[in-house]
Design a protein around this ligand. Structure first.
Ligand code: PBG
Length: 342
């Protein structure tokens, strides 16, 4: 078709007659045609549910800034995981909340097989073996400083932290985790963790690298949930500057070389361009995290009647898929599963 730039004729009467042959609306004209023209899909199999575990029995502590989410003791967590598997959500990402008296400068409880995180992994894998369990590798829940690495004289020291993180990953593998997920952003930790896992006979355990993890204010509600706010300073010397895009590709290249199986971008919706960059620059599965602050915003606006929560939720998750994410970590995984099946 010749494009004159004017898809209409101006009639002598002064009225317009449309002449264009390109009518994009034809592909939107019925639900069936829209389904055929749809470029991306969103399924329950794309979703991972992050969960918070705590000590106790029969304990469920709601998280105020994350409506519908709670820290669960292991017994309730196991029951919840049965429902998660039942709903078709293929995996969970586990985060522990430790009492203050179990936190110290070097996060020594992180490798203790009797800590709440590792007991939860064993209990979940025993009760619901088909549910994929992803465990977080970072010091913050175990650290009296609330940082992801060891703090020495106000600095987050890299190499000493990596050693602890590698040991933590091995402890998680021993407990039966399927995927370890370093969320700490220390340099070189993917390679060190891979070596440590392999040396301990855990070559089948996957690594989901939090590869481009930004120093984001959107983590606020999560830190409230775990009481893991840094006690001093911020995380800007290890998490990435939100202004940077090229730097994410550098992290991607390194994590690929070091043996990452999945590469994550976090947060999600404010960083869809980075998800797209990853999709275009790696053959690995790309994961993305709709973080606590994103979830809180959707919930708050929905609760006020300012947006249609269900519709905005599915739209936001679809945007992750369109940007190129294979797997999406979202606190709304169960709600989305219900909507997708309903
Ligand atoms: C820390 C960690 C954080 C999140 C996951 N792992 C917070 C942080 O880096 O301070 C945030 C997740 C969320 O906000 O939903 N290792």
């Amino acid at each position: 078709m010749q494009d004159s730039g004017r898809p209409y004729l101006l009639m002598p009467s002064g009225s317009y007659r449309l002449t264009m042959q390109q009518r994009p609306r034809r592909n939107r004209s019925t639900a069936a045609i829209r389904a055929m023209a749809r470029e991306t899909d969103l399924g329950v199999h794309n979703l991972i549910l992050p969960l918070f575990v705590q000590e106790g029995e029969g304990e469920s502590t709601p998280i105020a800034s994350m409506p519908g989410q709670a820290r669960l003791s292991i017994d309730l967590m196991v029951k919840h995981c049965e429902a998660v598997a039942e709903a078709g959500v293929p995996g969970i990402a586990l985060f522990p909340a430790l009492p203050d008296d179990q936190k110290d400068t070097h996060g020594t409880h992180s490798t203790d097989p009797s800590n709440v995180n590792l007991r939860a992994v064993r209990a979940i894998k025993a009760a619901v073996p088909e549910l994929l369990v992803i465990t977080d590798v970072a010091l913050d829940p175990y650290s009296s400083d609330g940082h992801d690495g060891v703090v020495v004289d106000g600095n987050i020291v890299n190499d000493e932290s990596v050693e602890i993180l590698a040991a933590m990953a091995v402890a998680q593998a021993e407990a039966g985790t399927d995927v370890v997920a370093p969320s700490d952003m220390m340099d070189g930790r993917i390679g060190a963790i891979r070596d440590a896992l392999d040396a301990a006979g855990h070559e089948h355990v996957l690594i989901n690298s939090y590869c481009a993890k930004y120093a984001s204010a959107f983590y606020g509600p999560f830190r409230e949930a775990l009481d893991s706010e840094p006690r001093g300073g911020d995380k800007k010397t290890y998490q990435m500057d939100p202004a940077n895009r090229r730097e994410a590709l550098r992290e991607l290249r390194l994590d690929e070389l070091e043996g990452a199986d999945w590469v994550m971008v976090k947060p999600g919706m404010p960083y869809l361009d980075v998800i797209r960059d990853f999709r275009d620059n790696t053959t690995l599965p790309v994961t993305a995290y709709q973080v606590s602050g994103e979830f809180a915003m959707l919930k708050a606006a929905g609760a006020n009647g300012w947006i249609d929560y269900d519709a905005c939720l599915l739209e936001s998750l679809t945007s992750f898929r369109r940007a190129g994410a294979d797997l999406i970590f979202t606190y709304a995984a169960l709600e989305a599963a219900a909507l997708l099946q309903g």
